[in-house]
Write a protein that binds this ligand. Structure first.
Ligand SMILES: NC(=O)C1=CN([C@@H]2O[C@H](COP(=O)(O)OP(=O)(O)OC[C@H]3O[C@@H](n4cnc5c(N)ncnc54)[C@H](OP(=O)(O)O)[C@@H]3O)[C@@H](O)[C@H]2O)C=CC1
Ligand SMILES: N[C@@H](CC=O)C(=O)O
Ligand code: NA
Length: 431
């Protein structure tokens, strides 16, 4: 039996999907059972880098999701609308969904999965988090016997590409972002990558699968990478660290009903940590579970072929499940969470901090800083004072011991009031 696929979007990911399906030799034996019968795009005149008959390409995407012949809709147009409405219409019409759209799933997953459950259809989303890395399948299936206590990852390829180039080559932020866009890594609006929104979307999805409760996007503490400068990268190197945009989700599994800690922010990572050597567009997710211990997945987090690999895997899974159990949903492929996780406030986080401060270069500055930190129970692990930078100003870098976020922020508020302080250009958390 042939399964008919309606493909919404023929950009970076959509074109990658077409290329795989057009060349099935040596790949999974189910691939020849799939046929892309319709492709939906915005522009009918744009040049495409895949050979596809213009007869099946349309700009009327509603006609695809309403076509009774189509079994599976692959949504790779991105953005919230019309993607969300098209997914919901397709579900209402009894079609199975494969999507790479973390923005829609992170915001409307509740509505979409509830509708899918009612209609008895699959919504598959492997490409929506960490591109080609099969981490969603691992969380839904392979790690099902574990109680997960921590999931930490580099989940955005664009920012990892930028930070790696800044670290190794001293590359310029804007120029490197433009390259990431050209390579097809960045979102249509790259502020989603740079400001951590894309990573937060992915962490909402990954954490809900890892910890068993849905996560509201607005509950995730988020910072992007705009504040990172070559000065911070230089200090990171000097102190034996690198800087990565991390998503961190953890729960104290020894305490019943303990809240979930979940945050996305640039982080100083010691060079010996498994995530420190993940460079370029590569993503990695480190999961700690009982009884497995530590497991690390890494691979390409963005790009045409890598992301299409995940999309096609989802399509194959649906087809295999339909062949095996046509009228029932395979529970290992669904998302059945009904409750929202209780999220710990960021003020409760306990972590180390790095701060780069610019002060007036005069006697007593270090004492003032030490007093302010000490008064708020913030112990320092390292302090670096550089030569006067210019015009009577000095740069001082501190790394704290493990402290509570609340105490640290109170100390910083007190330091901002010191007459000897000029500015605090960067504050980073340290892993
Ligand atoms: N690029 C990547 O590496 C990854 C992307 N993703 C996700 O995959 C999805 C697609 O990304 P990507 O392929 O990069 O995006 P592109 O911008 O390259 O492609 C989007 C495609 O959707 C079509 N499209 C967009 N809006 C509309 C609309 N309103 N009506 C009709 N067609 C529309 C475009 O048509 P036209 O070509 O005519 O303009 C284009 O073919 C996004 O959700 C993204 O987050 C996930 C993982 C990695
Ligand atoms: N823009 C995203 C694409 C994949 O999800 C990224 O850079 O990771
Ligand atoms: Na993935």
């Amino acid at each position: 039996m042939t399964y008919k696929v309606g493909l919404l979007g023929l950009g970076t990911v959509g074109a990658g999907v077409v290329k795989i399906l057009q060349n099935p030799k040596g790949r999974h034996p189910l691939l020849p059972d799939l046929q892309i019968t319709h492709v939906g795009v915005r522009s009918l005149t744009k040049a495409r880098d895949v050979a596809i008959s213009s007869d099946i390409v349309t700009d009327d995407l509603d006609s695809i999701v309403n076509d009774p012949e189509i079994d599976i809709i692959v949504e790779v147009i991105g953005g919230i609308e019309p993607a969300k409405s098209l997914i919901l219409k397709a579900i209402a019409n009894g079609k199975h969904i494969v999507t790479a759209n973390k923005a829609v799933i992170a915001r409307y997953g509740n509505e979409i999965f509830t509708a899918a459950k009612q209609k008895g259809v699959y919504v598959m989303l492997e490409a929506a988090a960490c591109g080609g890395i099969p981490v969603i399948q691992a969380l839904k299936q392979s790690l099902g016997g574990n109680r997960i206590s921590e999931l930490t990852g580099i989940v955005n390829g664009t920012t990892n590409y930028i930070l790696s180039r800044m670290y190794f080559e001293g590359a310029d932020f804007e120029a490197t972002l433009a390259e990431a866009q050209k390579l097809g890594y960045a979102e249509a609006d790259p502020t989603a990558d740079v400001d951590g929104y894309d990573a937060a979307d992915k962490m909402a999805i990954l954490a809900s699968l890892a910890f068993g409760d849905r996560v509201k996007l607005e509950d995730i503490y988020r910072e992007g990478i705009r504040a990172i400068t070559s000065a911070d990268i230089g200090y990171a190197k000097e102190l034996g660290f690198t800087i990565k945009l991390l998503g961190i989700a953890k729960r104290d599994v020894t305490q019943e009903d303990s809240p979930l800690e979940i945050r996305v922010h640039p982080t100083m990572i010691p060079l010996q940590h498994p995530l420190a050597n993940i460079h370029g567009v590569t993503n990695a997710v480190r999961i700690e579970g009982d009884p497995i211990g530590e497991v690390v997945f890494s691979g390409p987090g963005a790009g045409s072929g890598a992301t299409a690999s995940a999309v096609v895997a989802d399509i194959i899974n649906i087809v295999a499940a339909l062949k095996a159990i046509p009228n029932n949903i395979n529970q290992l492929m669904g998302c059945s969470h009904e409750h929202y996780a209780e999220i710990a406030p960021i003020a409760n986080t306990v972590t180390q901090f790095y701060a780069r401060l610019v002060t007036h270069d005069q006697p007593g500055v270090i004492g003032d800083l030490g007093n302010a930190f000490g008064k708020h129970q913030v112990s320092l692990k390292a302090i670096l004072q550089k030569n006067t930078i210019h015009d009577g100003l000095a740069e001082i870098v501190v790394v704290t011991q493990q402290v509570s976020e609340l105490n640290f922020q109170q100390a910083i508020a007190a330091i901002r009031d010191l007459p000897t302080l000029h500015s605090i250009p960067t504050i980073l958390r340290v892993l």
